[in-house]
Design a protein around this ligand. Structure first.
Ligand code: FE2
Length: 173
């Protein structure tokens, strides 16, 4: 019966492929945040490290959400290979500069999926992906907010380091 259902999926091959790519992007995003959290942890930014450990968990959920959608629609979900991620960062600020760049890249990837859905009249997948549109709006806003703090507080002073660690971690609350 399961094999029969698999033959009757309404997912086109192209949509299945781009969804698997999106799943991989979300999975990579999780690992990128994990590496950032570990860097923050070993450099004394314990509060922000906690925030990014949570972000890593969230990205893992984003990954699973796409992964399960592919299966629910009768497609074949492919477990992504674990990619190498950046482990070292020049500064606290650089972590968030890269985090914002990554989030913008994810937003663009989400937009590509939706463009493909529209080209192929796949309204179910388009509807599913709208959740990611809202999520990305929030993720980008948070990363930009974190960077704003570096304009307000001097990272190169001990008191500044502590204040930044406390303030940026609060974004995630
Ligand atoms: Fe995500």
């Amino acid at each position: 019966m399961k094999d029969l259902l698999r033959n009757t999926t309404s997912l086109s091959e192209g949509i299945e492929q781009i969804l698997n790519l999106q799943a991989k992007i979300e999975s990579d995003a999780s690992n990128k945040y994990l590496a950032m959290a570990a860097w923050l942890d070993r450099n004394g930014y314990a509060n922000t490290a906690e925030y990014l450990y949570k972000q890593a968990e969230e990205e893992r959920e984003h990954f699973l959400k796409v992964f399960k959608y592919i299966t629910d629609m009768g497609g074949i979900a492919i477990t992504p290979a674990v990619a190498e991620v950046q482990q070292e960062f020049a500064s606290f600020r650089e972590v968030f500069e890269i985090a914002l760049q990554n989030e913008i890249a994810v937003t663009k990837a989400v937009n590509k999926v939706i463009a493909k859905c529209r080209a192929e009249n796949d309204y179910a997948t388009e509807d599913f992906m709208m959740w990611y549109v809202a999520e990305q709006r929030e993720e980008e806003k948070n990363a930009r907010r974190a960077l704003e703090f570096f304009e307000l507080i001097n990272e190169n002073e001990a008191a500044g380091k502590f204040a930044l660690d406390v303030q940026i971690a609060k974004i995630g609350e």
